[in-house]
Design a protein around this ligand. Structure first.
Ligand code: GAP
Length: 548
């Protein structure tokens, strides 16, 4: 992972946000190549899901034909939206604070493990008693090593005594530990045990103030998901675009979450981009659509070059499901920052029933004792959060029926997908240079649709008309809308390696033969094969290869 992060900075894929001021935790900037790559990810998603979808034909394995349309809604919405969606009351993580270090931790991200050291003791903050057995903690990726350092630090021992530590049980996370045992926990960097507060809820929505008065009544939230912008526009879309069930409304855009511990490069950020589909269908057809989208979305990542070995489709267990959900599956990727066998979520596909549309009609819904969804009431027996009261049902004019559509929600993260494509692309190999000496090569094997630079054009030498000829080819590729680079600096082998490192699929070289027979070489990044192609066929050839 360190090599990937270093390459991202060196070649301009991803930069730390506000780096010259020391950064801003949880926020990232994309450089010139990262911008192209992420744009290609978004464009592939939108094209494959929306603009290239043919509503006159049912795709393979789809229960029927369907329509897809897009919307672009604002980042800030009426706060009532979040009250009815449940985000205001329920969108939180459990966290603890450390009174000693003033740090805050997510319960499920703080690793803990019991340890003792030959009868040595650590002071307990509240009671001043001496504890010979404590729980040490870590937030590090490599938590095994970090737990050891924390244990040695807590007992005041040197590294060379690591093998004298007596561990009890396996490492766990703080959410699995009874609060009554917190007195034995030594927080990261704390001198004494028992400095953690009791767990409490922390709402993840980012608050902002609208208008000049700046009172609490003017508080609003940056959207934590793009989905609600779709639900509240359901009626507008049905009334304005003449879509008929089944159909999907899609949105790509920024979302914000006040993550307690942003981590793992761009994987968990506070500002990120989502690519969401809300697919509306008849309740009696929703199971078939759920299966369709679950598989379709998994195939999408495979089609863009992610290896089956590193991508899983994981169905949630019944106890992981939200109270309104009939089924949810996650598409997960084996990111290199995770332990062997662990996977991180790229996308969730949820069967949401009629929960969202009904919540925006009636008010916030909860499950009653009989397992049915009903409007949540306050202590006075009145709706806790009143819905819009607008009719968000749908009239099926063929079946002559009115009902609230069910929703399947494939919800993907554009930054997480981009990160997975970067991790997947990273390869190291050895290739001979011009003199036949083997050289280390870093090559980003991006799928041609995703590659930030599609082709590079090189004049072999800077004379004999080669730069001018190469410039003509470069201009023609640009006119065709392809992001290309022109490079005439250094030995040709070095120029190839510079392009390999950013994943350019094709390098076109103008050489001595070009000037006599009008052909150039096209070199393939992965096979390293070089073919001679007439200059007037270069654009056509590159476009054909990119689309193959
Ligand atoms: N509307 C449903 C929804 O928002 P989610 O599982 O919370 O579901 C969907 O988010 C996707 O958004 C995730 O699978 C992930 O790819 C991305 N995502 C969520 N939180 C993120 C974060 N803090 N940083 C980067 N991406 C995130």
């Amino acid at each position: 992972m360190d090599k990937i992060v270093a390459l991202c900075k060196r070649r301009g894929f991803v930069f730390q946000n506000s780096e010259i001021y020391g950064g801003q935790n949880g926020f990232w900037d994309y450089g010139p190549l990262g911008t192209e790559l992420k744009r290609n990810v978004r464009d592939c998603w939108y094209r494959d899901m929306v603009s290239a979808h043919n509503e006159l034909l049912a795709p393979e394995n789809a229960p029927s034909k369907y329509q897809m349309v897009g919307v672009e809604t604002a980042l800030i919405m009426n706060p009532q939206v979040w009250k009815c969606s449940g985000h205001y009351d329920l969108f939180h993580d459990m966290m603890v604070d450390c009174r000693a270090t003033k740090s805050r931790y997510r319960l499920d991200q703080l690793r803990v493990r019991w340890v003792s050291f030959e009868g040595q003791t650590v002071k307990q903050e509240e009671t001043s008693s001496e504890l010979s057995k404590i729980m040490v903690t870590s937030t590090a990726e490599d938590f095994h090593e970090d737990l050891t350092s924390e244990a040695l630090r807590a007992f005041g021992q040197k590294k060379k005594y690591a093998d004298k530590l007596q561990w009890d049980g396996e490492a766990s996370t703080l959410d699995r530990i009874d609060v009554a045992l917190y007195g034995s926990v030594v927080a990261p960097g704390a001198e004494k045990a028992g400095t953690l507060t009791a767990p409490r809820e922390f709402n993840l929505m980012m608050k902002t103030i609208i208008g000049a008065l700046g009172t609490d009544d003017d508080a609003a939230y940056l959207r934590p998901e793009t989905a609600q912008g779709i639900f509240v526009n359901f009626k507008n879309v049905v009334d304005s675009s003449r879509v008929k069930l089944p159909f999907g409304i899609c949105q790509v855009g920024k979302s914000f979450r006040n993550e307690i511990t942003p981590r793992n490069f761009t994987f968990r950020s506070r500002e990120f981009e989502q690519m969401e589909i809300e697919f509306f269908c008849r309740p009696d057809e929703s199971t078939g659509w759920y299966t369709y989208w679950r598989d379709r979305r998994y195939q999408w990542y495979l089609g863009l070059g992610v290896s089956k070995d590193r991508l899983i489709l994981r169905d949630h267990h019944a106890d992981e499901l939200a109270h309104y959900s009939v089924g949810t599956a996650d598409i997960e990727y084996a990111f290199p920052f995770l332990d062997e066998g662990e996977f991180g979520e790229l996308e969730g596909i949820a069967h949401r029933g009629d929960f969202d549309l009904r919540s925006h009609m009636e008010g916030k819904l909860t499950k009653n004792a009989a397992g049915e969804l009903e409007v949540e009431l306050n202590e006075h027996g009145k709706p806790k959060h009143r819905g819009s009261g607008k009719d968000l049902t749908y009239f099926d004019d063929q079946a002559k029926e009115r009902f609230t559509p069910h929703v399947i929600e494939p919800s993907a993260g554009a930054d997480r997908a981009t990160l997975a494509f970067i991790c997947e692309a990273y390869h190291e190999d050895q290739q001979p240079d011009e003199k036949g000496v083997m050289q280390e090569r870093v090559v980003m094997k991006f799928h041609p649709r995703l590659a930030p630079v599609k082709a590079a054009v090189f004049p072999l030498i800077k004379k004999e008309g080669m730069p001018e000829k190469a410039a003509e080819i470069f201009g023609a590729l640009k006119l065709a809308g392809l992001n290309c680079q022109f490079d005439q600096q250094g030995a040709i082998g070095r120029r190839y390696r510079r392009q390999d490192e950013i994943g350019t699929p094709y390098c076109i070289t103008v050489d001595g033969d070009t000037m006599t027979d009008g052909t150039v070489t096209i070199r393939d990044r992965d096979s390293l094969k070089q073919d001679r192609v007439p200059i007037d066929r270069v654009v056509e050839e590159v476009v054909a290869r990119l689309n193959s």
